[in-house]
Design a protein around this ligand. Structure first.
Ligand code: AHG
Ligand code: MN
Ligand code: MN
Length: 337
């Protein structure tokens, strides 16, 4: 396959031919791509459609919903319910799991999604994204409840994101590396533009919301201080810092040129577990980062191994180049935490 001629469909059919992808997952990924295309169109025309502002509603997490949070949620719900194997959908914007079947069977799909990530960027015309992942049910389900979706991230068979930046990217993994596609304006196709994305082992760029400095625990403060000390400190090199307020944009940058992203549990958010949500933010992004040779951790344990306790559960997230994430993990071990 050559780069210019590899459409998303061609790429997926190739995997299907190699028995590396079920036909149902091919259909679902195509429905996801359609959803992202529609959302991208809505975002780019947002000022004309007057849909960049807030609604009068809040989601289950008490966050005011933007109109586009709701629109993007509806787009995923309607398009990603087409595949006959999808049994349930879990969204950041919905209180409960949406069940499409009365008695889901083993092998049916659960679809998790954050319809719009970084939505505070919308009305300032900065990057936002969507995050999604799929797991297969391990056994037939007699009784439907929100607990059914509490599955560890290691069980994901697919995870991806779409970044609505200067161009629209669709990046995903089916467990065999990470590939990135770009939406071509005009023809509307997604073309393979970033095959086999890989993180370098090392980096000199970090991303954290530094306004939370006084909330950090001693390990995070130590790590950031070591970066800021640059050539004069223990790292003996100068670090650069970025913060886009959209995890999707951060992860895309890290997949493209390396780096580390931190939204740790801190004194202010610890009682809630952290800021980012485990099932539809941390798990999909951790899967992608690991598939691209990186590492994803709370600082104390691998995110993908965490047993979820509730479906909107939050967690501390530290992900990116292995060497940096391991350094923070070793700082925690040093102080016996
Ligand atoms: P969402 O828009 O889905 O609620 O997620 C926003 C998240 C994440 O993408 C980003 O890293 C972080 O919140 C930004 O937080 P700050 O406002 O603290 O910068
Ligand atoms: Mn989000
Ligand atoms: Mn969101």
């Amino acid at each position: 396959m050559t780069l210019e001629s590899t459409t998303l469909r061609k790429f997926l059919l190739q995997l299907q031919k190699q028995d590396a992808l079920d036909q149902d997952l091919v259909l679902l990924i195509e429905d996801i791509a359609t959803s992202c295309r529609i959302i991208s169109h809505q975002i780019r025309n947002g000022p004309f459609l007057d849909i960049l502002g807030a609604t009068e509603t809040s989601n289950i997490q008490g966050e005011t919903q933007k109109q586009l949070d709701v629109i993007a949620n509806d787009v995923f719900l309607s398009h990603c319910s087409n595949c006959a194997r999808v049994a349930g959908l879990v969204s950041e914007e919905l209180d409960d799991v949406v069940w499409l079947k009365d008695r889901p069977k083993a092998g049916d799909y659960l679809f998790y999604f954050d319809p719009l990530d970084g939505s505070s960027n919308l009305n300032v015309n900065l990057s936002v994204g969507s995050i999604f992942s799929v797991v297969e049910l391990e056994e037939d389900i007699e009784t439907l409840s929100n607990d059914v979706v509490l599955v560890k991230g290691t069980k994901q068979i697919f995870a991806g994101y779409s970044l609505y930046g200067p161009s629209t990217s669709l990046v995903f993994s089916t467990g065999q590396g990470v590939n990135g596609f770009t939406h071509k304006m005009g023809t509307g196709e997604f073309l393979l533009t970033f095959p086999n994305m890989q993180l370098p082992e090392t980096t000199d760029e970090f991303a954290i919301n530094a306004s939370r400095w006084r909330q950090w625990d001693p390990v995070i403060s130590r790590y950031v201080q070591e970066c800021i000390d640059g050539e004069d400190g223990p790292r003996q090199k100068t670090f650069n810092m970025r913060w886009t307020a959209s995890m999707v944009a951060e992860v895309h940058r890290i997949l493209t040129r390396g780096g580390i992203f931190l939204y740790p549990a801190d004194k202010e958010n610890a009682s809630r577990g952290g800021k980012l949500r485990l099932l539809y933010e941390a798990n999909p992004m951790s899967f992608i980062v690991e598939q691209a040779n990186g590492r994803a951790s709370t600082g104390r344990e691998r995110i993908l191994s965490v047993q979820p306790q509730s479906h909107h559960q939050r967690i501390g997230v530290i992900l990116g180049c292995s060497e940096e994430v391991e350094r923070i993990e070793s700082h925690y071990r040093e102080i016996g935490q």
